[in-house]
Structure formats: structure tokens, C-alpha cells
Design a protein around this ligand. Structure first.
Ligand code: EPZ
Length: 425
């Protein structure tokens, strides 16, 4: 049954400092490829530290539509039993709601030698093609036909290949990896993604008997094996984008917060950039303290880059912080040419941001006034929440289903830190 999009909205009263302790959830962008890779496991697999998100439920629905038995054990762990998987088909109805659904193609081909998977739709900020995925699969010997919006693929004779992505792609790297591990011969992927979420996927596959080397670099070498062994349990890495979002929110509201359950190795550039603009950060093992009381945020010249650079998924959040800096800034988006739908909404709250191609010119020292605004995608919603926390008066943010895709109980976490935020129907 198509989930009815709940048109909830948030009501936020601004000018509240964030203070206290917040526990960061498991990573959305790690749990999705791990759930897809569970297709290669034909015995029960327990996932721990799973975030409660609509995206993880969407991936669960896709697996269940193929015959998977999934039990949400408690808030943060699920059991996936793919022993009964028998239908390598992912329908448009499910795939269109979440682009990462396309990750199932690689593992389905590895397990069933054939698959029919809907092409993903676009998203708020652009087409987001999958041509890198398709071309790489064809390099591995997959026969692919595109028909009525579906990919019909046959992988009866897969062999290792040299793959060089035109630009780094997290999804394409993950998708191809999950097939290459069972190809005959060796595959080398150049311009591979080094993101921590891909590193977790590589480590998971190696635990299952794959032979992947170069993990964490932009060149991955995969020596194909005849079969994989089953994995019983895996714990999802902390969500570095949720952590970065909270770090920026604390910097913007001028509070003092401890983030627990983080991996600061995955946040090196975020920590560096926030320190450079004046925020005090103390790393303490798997937690870190952000001190931003009475600090003056300095302006910055920033650009997004693939890992280990500054993440595009924090671009919108950084933008709002720079509106509060004591000078003008620029922010260049290098991953997506048009990931700027949040600018119009932020300007309605009193920001003054102009776009010059993929370079945003941001006026500092802005006084934000609450208004009615609308979410357009997961991370734009997070930026609107941060703006609302800093604005004078009341802000309402509609279409919060976007934020529920990528943030686990965000209003509860913010309320515990002193924010005045409620979800309304
Ligand atoms: C992943 O998306 C993340 N999603 C995105 O996070 C993130 O923004 C993105 O990586 C970049 O880091 C998940 O992990 C589920 P890409 P993905 O393939 O894999 C172009 C969030 O908010 N490209 O690395 O879809 C593409 O258009 C989401 O959590 C092609 O041209 O991104 C983009 O310009 C948003 N052809 C660039 O590569 C392709 O076949 C990077 O995209 C594939 C990608």
C-alpha cells in the first residue's frame, strides 16, 4: 500500500541555545548499502545501531517484496532473513521513493544472475542519473536492457574488469562492489568512493569472505571469489552527517553540547572547518564537545568535496551558519550542480544568499525572522530547522516527511537540548 505522505509540519520558537548531551544514531547512508548487501546472505543477519528512518523502512519494504523476512527487534536493531528470497524484482512504486533502492541491483545479479529493477526517479535538485552504474555493470559482462523505466539485467557470465568512474560516485561504487566480489577474476575500480559508508560495506563483504583491498582509498581492487560465507551480525557506523548537522546547529545557536556515539575520524574536515570559524571542539574518544557560547562566527570560503573533504550533505547546514557569521562568505557546491533549493526558503527567513552558477554568495550578520517555510529535501530541511532555531519568533516548516527520511527523532533530540520544537498535523 503506498504510504500516505503525512503532511506534518514543525512549529519552532527561535532564539533558544542548545545545551546538553545528544546521542547520534546509526548512519542512514551506511545502513542502506548494508541492507542491500544482506541479499548476499542467505541466513539471518542481525543489524545493530540501525537508525529509525523512513528510508531504512523503505529498503526493508523492497527486500520484503522480494521474499525477505524482516523483524524490527527494537528501536535500533533489525533481523533480516533472506533465506527465502526468490524474486529479483524491485518495483517503480518502491524505488521511486528512494534513489538508494537502486543499490539492490548489484547483489541481486550476484545472487540470482538476473534482475529487474526500476530506474530511480529524480529528486528535488536534479536528475541524479545512474549511467555510471549501468556502464560499470556492462564492463563486468552484465547484459542490460532498459524497458519501460526498468533495468532488465542478465549476469550469467561475469568477469573482473578495469572500471574507471568519470567522477567519484558513492552509489555506483557500492553497487558494482556487490557484484564484483563474485566475478571471475580481478576488478579494479579507479575513482572509487572512499566514504566511511563504503568502507563499512567493504569491511562487511570482506568479513563474508570477499577479497577487497584499497579500502578507504580511491582505488579498490576486488579479487573475485567463488562464494561468500554468511554473516550473523553487524553494527552500523555512527551517522557523520547527523553529527555534523548537530555540530553546526550548536555553533549557530551558541550553545555547549556533548555528542555521544560518534566517530571523529569521519568528521576530520567538519571539525577543522568549524574550528577555523571560531568554534571550540574537544574530541573525547567516541564523543566530542562543542563549545560555542558567546563566540563570534567568522566568515569562510568553503567548497564541498568527496570524502575526506567537506560533505555535500552538510552544504545547506553550513550555509545557514555563514548567514550568522561576522562577514560575507562563499560556498561552492562541487558534487551536484544544482543542490540549492534551500536558498529560496532561507532567504524568506531573512538570509541574503545569491547564486552565481554553483557558487553561493552569502551575506553575514543576518537577523533572522520566523516565517512559514517548506522542506524540499532531507538536508535542506535540516538547514531550515537550524535557521528557525536562530530566528526571532515562530517558524513553521512543512513537508517534514523529508526530514524523517534522514534524521532519527530529531525533534526529541533537539527538545532535550533546549529547543522549542513541536510536530503538528
Ligand atoms: C550518496 O548518493 C548519498 N546517498 C547522498 O546523500 C550524497 O549526497 C552522495 O552520495 C554524495 O556524497 C546515500 O548514500 C544513500 P553519487 P549517490 O553517486 O550515491 C553523479 C543524503 O542527503 N552521478 O556519489 O546517489 C551524481 O549526479 C543523500 O543523505 C552520475 O552522474 O551520489 C552526482 O553529481 C543526498 N552518474 C555525483 O555523481 C551516476 O551514475 C555524486 O553522486 C552516479 C552519480
Amino acid at each position: 500500500m503506498r504510504s500516505v505522505l503525512r503532511m506534518d509540519y514543525f512549529e519552532i520558537i527561535g532564539k533558544k541555545q542548545l545545551n546538553g548531551i545528544v546521542k547520534i544514531s546509526g548512519s542512514k547512508n551506511a545502513v542502506l548499502p548494508v541492507m542491500a548487501a544482506s541479499i548476499l546472505n542467505d541466513s539471518p543477519l542481525k543489524l545493530n545501531n540501525v537508525p529509525t528512518l523512513s528510508d531504512s523502512r523503505t529498503m526493508a519494504s523492497i527486500l520484503e517484496s522480494m521474499g525477505s523476512k524482516i523483524v524490527f527487534i527494537d528501536n535500533n536493531s533489525i533481523n533480516i532473513d533472506n533465506s527465502g528470497l526468490d524474486n529479483p524484482f524491485a518495483s517503480y512504486d518502491l524505488v521511486r521513493t528512494m534513489r538508494a533502492s537502486f543499490y539492490v541491483l548489484g547483489p541481486l545479479l550476484a545472487r540470482f544472475k538476473k534482475a529487474k529493477v526500476s530506474l530511480p526517479g529524480g529528486c528535488a535538485w536534479g536528475p541524479r542519473p545512474v549511467d555510471f552504474h549501468i556502464k560499470a555493470f556492462e564492463k563486468l559482462g552484465v547484459k542490460i536492457k532498459l524497458e519501460n523505466g526498468y533495468v532488465l539485467a542478465n549476469a550469467s557470465n561475469i568477469r573482473g574488469a578495469k572500471i574507471h568512474f568519470p567522477k567519484i560516485s558513492v552509489g555506483a561504487t557500492g553497487n558494482v562492489l556487490m557484484l564484483a566480489v563474485l566475478a571471475k577474476g580481478t576488478t579494479v575500480i579507479k575513482n572509487a568512493a572512499a566514504e566511511p559508508e563504503i568502507q563499512q560495506l567493504c569491511n562487511m563483504l570482506n568479513e563474508m569472505g570477499a577479497e577487497i583491498s584499497g579500502i578507504g582509498s580511491n582505488t579498490l581492487t576486488i579479487k573475485g571469489v567463488d562464494s561468500l560465507k554468511n554473516l550473523d551480525e553487524i553494527s552500523i557506523i555512527p551517522d557523520r552527517i547527523e553529527a555534523g548537522t548537530f555540530m553546526i546547529a550548536v555553533a549557530a545557536t551558541g550553545g555547549k553540547v556533548v555528542l555521544e556515539n560518534i566517530n571523529s575520524m569521519h568528521l576530520k574536515d567538519v571539525i577543522k572547518q568549524l574550528t577555523q570559524v571560531g568554534v571550540n571542539i574537544i574530541e573525547k574518544g567516541n564523543s566530542l564537545e562543542i563549545h560555542a557560547i558567546n563566540i563570534d562566527i567568522k566568515p569562510s570560503i568553503m567548497e564541498t568535496n568527496e570524502y575526506p573533504g567537506f560533505p555535500t550533505d552538510l552544504q545547506a547546514q553550513w550555509m545557514i551558519l555563514m548567514c550568522l557569521a561576522n562577514g560575507d562568505s562563499t560556498l561552492k557546491e562541487n558534487i551536484y550542480f544544482d543542490r540549492f533549493t534551500h536558498i529560496l526558503e532561507l532567504n524568506r527567513l531573512g538570509c541574503k544568499i545569491k547564486l552565481d552558477g554553483s557558487l553561493a554568495r552569502i551575506k553575514g550578520n543576518r537577523k533572522l525572522i520566523g516565517a512559514d517555510v517548506m522542506s524540499t529535501d532531507i538536508r535542506a530541511s535540516a538547514a531550515l530547522i537550524i535557521a528557525a532555531l536562530c530566528a526571532e519568533g515562530k517558524t513553521t516548516i512543512s513537508r517534514v516527511y523529508h526530514i524523517d527520511r534522514g534524521y532519527d527523532k530529531i525533534e526529541e533530540k533537539l527538545t532535550k537540548l533546549g529547543a522549542q520544537i513541536i510536530r503538528k498535523k
